[in-house]
Design a protein around this ligand. Structure first.
Ligand code: PHE
Length: 358
């Protein structure tokens, strides 16, 4: 009995001293398990006299129960302490400023394409595409551009080495070849816009060797110059968000349209600040005209039955005007500070319902 009392105080001391849940579990397995000291003592009971066996057996059972209960209590204590310390460590300071969210921005060119597509989409135009790498026929010949035309000159155009059959591959200098590709593939009525990259040997504040245009083409049996004017006036006013924006059609020349017109919008430079709207000045923003019958015939379309109009404009130019971006080269410098400043939220997706003027 004296031994049991010693064992008891030793075990109770060990339980109290267990520093964490792992140590406590080791203690439980070691002392109360099959190889523990209490179990060993119980094995001796068989060799005892009946009276001694009864008292010792009862005492051993009581000791086992007591130690098990002490372990359970210590376990709760340790678990609580562990939780408390975690809560202290992981305390949330709700007064801290929020972490900055790194959010991507939509490039002004992408935004402008979406705006243009939204406006013409509302008028029933569908988007068409063509390759950036064209050949001489699609980029020039089919569009009635004669061999001696300045646009074909080496210094303005990126040519690839001549192919064996004499065919010349070029980086398209305008989106007009998409007119040809569309008319070859589809029969009228047609109403397409074709935004995309274009290339010319130019580099200054308003030119870059790669830039973007959007082409428009309408072909059916009845479309006339009045439709061209109405459509482009409507576009300019919607795009710049100025309801009474003056729009002027100035006679011009393009080999692929006849008659041709360049389109100017009203603006003012009064007091040194540039503003789009009613004013004393004009600014050219696009080229247009009635599709030359020769171009229709080049695509196998009967020009005595079908007619229509086409237009083309530079996307950087209209983006610069609308968003006050002074230098075209910055569009393609990939400067994140520029993009954060001039870029758009992905949630500002232009549509005729949400608006095209964020
Ligand atoms: N392709 C012409 C250009 O790049 C623009 C244009 C397109 C003019 C369609 C008339 C009709 O300048």
């Amino acid at each position: 009995m004296q031994d049991l009392e010693t064992l008891r105080s030793e075990l109770m001391g060990a339980v109290g001293a267990a520093a964490d849940l792992d140590a406590l579990e080791n203690l439980r397995v070691g002392e109360l398990g099959k190889k523990g000291r209490i179990t060993a003592l119980m094995k001796n009971l068989g060799a005892m006299a009946p009276e001694e066996r009864r008292t010792t057996g009862a005492a051993l059972n009581a000791l086992k129960t007591e130690i098990a209960a002490a372990i359970e209590m210590r376990k709760t204590e340790l678990a609580d302490a562990e939780l408390d310390s975690r809560l202290m460590d992981e305390r949330v300071d709700v007064t801290l400023p929020v972490r900055p969210q790194s959010s991507g921005r939509i490039h002004p060119i992408s935004q402008t394409i979406d705006e243009v597509v939204a406006i013409f989409g509302e008028m029933g135009f569908v988007v068409a595409e063509g390759p950036d790498i064209e050949d001489d026929w699609y980029n020039f010949t089919s569009l009635n551009i004669p061999p001696e035309h300045p646009a074909r000159q080496e210094m303005d155009t990126f040519y690839l080495p001549e192919e064996r059959d004499g065919n010349r591959i070029v980086l398209r200098t305008h989106t007009s070849p998409v007119q040809i590709r569309t008319m070859q593939k589809q029969r009228p009525p047609l109403r397409i816009i074709a935004p995309g990259r274009t290339y010319r040997c130019d580099y200054d504040a308003t030119h870059s060797p790669m830039f973007h245009q959007v082409e428009g083409l309408v072909i059916d049996e009845a479309t006339h110059m009045g439709h061209l004017k109405g459509c482009l006036i409507e576009f300019c006013r919607a795009y710049f968000g100025v309801d009474d924006l003056p729009v002027r059609f100035r006679p011009s020349y393009f080999p692929f349209t006849e008659p041709s017109a360049e389109v100017d919008i009203g603006c003012t430079r009064e007091g040194g600040t540039f503003r789009i709207g009613r004013g004393d000045d004009w600014l050219e923003i696009l080229g247009s005209g009635m599709v030359n019958p020769k171009v229709l015939e080049n695509c196998g379309i009967d020009s005595s039955r079908y007619q229509g109009f086409a237009f083309g404009m530079g996307l950087e130019r209209i983006a610069m005007l609308k968003y006050g971006i002074p230098d075209l080269r910055t569009f393609f410098e990939s400067d994140l500070r520029w993009l954060r400043h001039y870029g758009f939220s992905a949630l500002d997706a232009p549509s005729m319902v949400a608006g095209v003027n964020p």
